[in-house]
Design a protein around this ligand. Sequence first.
Ligand SMILES: *Cc1c(COP(=O)(O)O)cnc(C)c1O
Length: 383
Amino acid sequence: MNQSIWKVPLADIDIGQTEIQAVEAVLQSRWLSMGEVTARFEADCARYFNRKFSFAVTNGTAALHLACLSLGLGPGDEVILPSLTFVATSNAVIYTGATPIFADITSLNDLTISPAAIERKITPHTRAIIVMHYGGYLCDMPAILKIAREHGLAVIEDAAHAPGSTFNDNEQKAGAFGDIGCFSFFANKNLVTGEGGLIVTQRTDLADKIRRMRSHGMTSLTWDRHQGHAHSYDVVALGYNYRLDEMRAAIGLVQLEKLDANNQRRREIDIKYRRAFAEHPQLTMPFNHTRCSSACHLFVVLLYRSENRPAFLEYLRKHGVQTSLHYPPVHRFSYYRQRFGDQEGSFPLTEQVADRVVTIPLFANMNSEQIEIVIQAVTGFTG
Ligand SMILES: *Cc1c(COP(=O)(O)O)cnc(C)c1O
């Protein structure tokens, strides 16, 4: 067992006998790299996200990189994205030689990228927008897709937080709005395979590029040759090895089956927290009014005063409750400041959130005692 100093860790996973047996079956089968199990995982994901094409990849960062590559992004191109995201969203743009252009979030209630801010950042060099569904809460996709259409821009969704999030008024899922949807199955996400990721798209032209670029730019795969479909191959582009292996795909198949029920469990805990903290004198909760049914990847609170945050973090730590900060904004990182200049002050809402936000534990298999510990600790902090 993984011993923890925390009574309630920030996140935990739901892995059991089914996953263990699935991995064992792969090992017994003696085919370990991308093959039949990965193909089944991809087919199930394509059905779940209701997209024509789905590609399992090494991790979420590789998914984002392939998404950028498939759109042909390169030097001289600009991509608009939030600074309030995990750094990989932005690094993926830089890998291609393109330039990340940050835009502020919508408000202190809606921490997703602002459509109006996106519009202000568009130049003749803009080629794409990357949105990130913060915490599982969908961006304003109708407004963003309209801007993209008007300006001829591609839309990539970083849906790492949002597998299974849907709009309130229909069943369309996060990742299925833009040209490409990217997911991460890293060890603390809603669906875990350890390392792992996924790309979904409806566009055949992008799918062809993604399929090839995932595997060295080769025209046929080891699996095809194993099945007698091909004897040789050509290399038609500078590709990568971003393949997933069969053990992880086997875990993913089981995890996908559990996803909706686990997201529902997360939503129930989210509702409990919102009720318990509604009148809190020290903090407020973003996404109190939302346009979607969230996968509830994160539960974040915003302290009214940033000066109170150290005491709040210390109070929760003393009560055995682990916390985190999502996110230190990308534009504040040393590498970004050195490369793109100091942009402090350019994104006032993002910066306010960065200074006031705290993420508290939320995971599907939290027991009622753990939920109660978190509620007592948060409500017990009065400043
Ligand atoms: C986790 C995450 C990623 C990166 O995924 P990896 O699988 O860790 O490479 C990208 N963007 C966001 C928003 C994430 O949370």
